[in-house]
Write a protein that binds this ligand. Structure first.
Ligand code: KG4
Ligand code: ZN
Length: 364
């Protein structure tokens, strides 16, 4: 979590002159102009530098994103100072691209909205520092945004969803179940007690050296696991979903990860291969891991739905489960959640993949 005064020392301040030159680079001539208020959204909480301009009716006028995934794949995970440096190198260009795509000049903006928490302090600092300079120069209002609230509310851009609805956020950095009662009224029902599912899948993929697999070398860990799982037989391994007897809606992935690690080590011994080489059973392991993660997520979500139903917490007309985050793009996990929502007469909604992962639109 970001504690703002703690990050003050890590801000990478663009100089006043740079910001002035940046603003002078826009040559839009006011003419037709805009009927609605326009917000520029800026996101740098993790490893995506993203910006977008959205009007007050939810129209996306333009957006831009720079993903650092490829760099972090090579180093085997996110190194915060590297992420910070990449944000610094790209933020100005990305904001410029989003504004240019929108045909909006900075002076036409009504406000600037930026993620202030939670996330990597070094990464957040870049977006925040840039935004505060912009706000200062343009004399525009600043809207601080909570990253998770933005993820949870994004579905309202694409679907008409009444409050309250249940949201499941599953990604590399997030894992939570919350009842969304209003724009800034959230009831947290469950969260991961340790790591997020995407983080766990990334670690398992790294342990299986999937980056060396010809079909997976450019994929994130989770995507590589999903890809390989299609070629494997999950019944060859038997991992138990965690927290089977815990009477709450929390999650846990660390214990499962260690069990999988041990099993991979044992298989390496059996196959007589070194750590770093790909096991012949990698696809079977991927399939079993994916299935166990899907079962765990589905079971905890089932508990949350039953809790909300028993207490009449859902919107009267329709019980809705919204699932978002990078892991939500996994079709096996979606299928497991569909089984749960079908059995409980809920509607399952997922934003389109580009809005599931980190982006500037959700912040704007
Ligand atoms: O939402 P996101 O882009 O970034 C944050 O973590 O905030 O999610 C990235 C995570 C990574 O851990 C990645 O391995 C995982 O989502 N992921 C997937 C899939 N695609 C991405 N996990 C499972 N199946 C996928 N198809
Ligand atoms: Zn996120």
């Amino acid at each position: 979590m970001l504690i703002l005064n703690k990050t003050a020392g890590v801000f990478s301040k663009p100089s006043k002159r740079n910001m002035y030159e940046f603003l002078r680079s826009f040559h839009f001539h006011p003419g037709k102009r805009f009927l609605h208020k326009l917000v520029l959204g800026i996101e740098t909480s993790c490893d995506d530098t993203a910006a977008a301009v959205v009007d007050e009716t939810g129209n996306v006028l333009g957006e831009a994103i720079h993903s650092q995934t490829e760099v972090h794949l090579k180093t085997g995970g996110i190194i915060p100072p590297v992420a910070q440096q990449l944000h610094r190198e790209n933020i100005q260009r990305i904001v410029q691209e989003a504004l240019s795509a929108s045909k909006v000049s900075p002076s036409e903006l009504s406000a600037i909205a930026t993620t202030i928490k939670p996330g990597l302090a070094l990464s957040l600092g870049v977006g925040l520092s840039f935004s505060l300079q912009l706000v200062d120069q343009l004399k525009k209002p600043f809207i601080p945004i909570h990253h998770m609230e933005a993820h949870a509310l994004t579905i309202r851009l694409t679907n008409k969803v009444e409050f309250p609805f249940l949201v499941l956020l599953i990604s590399g950095g997030h894992c939570l179940l919350a009842l969304v009662r209003g724009v800034s009224d959230f009831l947290l029902l469950g969260k991961s007690l340790d790591i997020a599912p995407g983080d766990m899948l990334d670690k398992v993929a790294r342990r299986l050296s999937l980056i060396k697999h010809p079909e997976c070398s450019t994929m994130s860990g989770g995507k590589a696991i999903e890809h390989l799982a299609k070629q494997g037989n999950r019944l060859h391994f038997d991992f138990k979903p965690p927290m089977q007897h815990a009477k709450n809606c929390d999650f846990s992935f660390s214990g499962l990860r260690h069990i999988i690690d041990k099993m991979i080590m044992q298989k390496e011994k059996e196959e007589g291969i070194e750590k770093g080489q790909i096991l012949s059973s990698a696809a079977d392991i991927a399939a079993a891991v994916q299935h166990t993660v899907a079962c765990h997520i589905a079971k905890r979500t089932h508990r949350a739905i039953l809790f909300c139903k028993q207490r009449d917490l859902f919107c009267q007309s329709n019980a809705v489960l919204v699932v978002s985050g990078g892991v939500a793009s996994n079709l096996h996990i979606r299928k497991a959640l569909e089984i749960v929502t079908d059995a409980t007469q809920c509607t399952l909604l997922c934003p389109p993949p580009r809005l599931c992962t980190d982006n500037g639109v959700m912040i704007a």
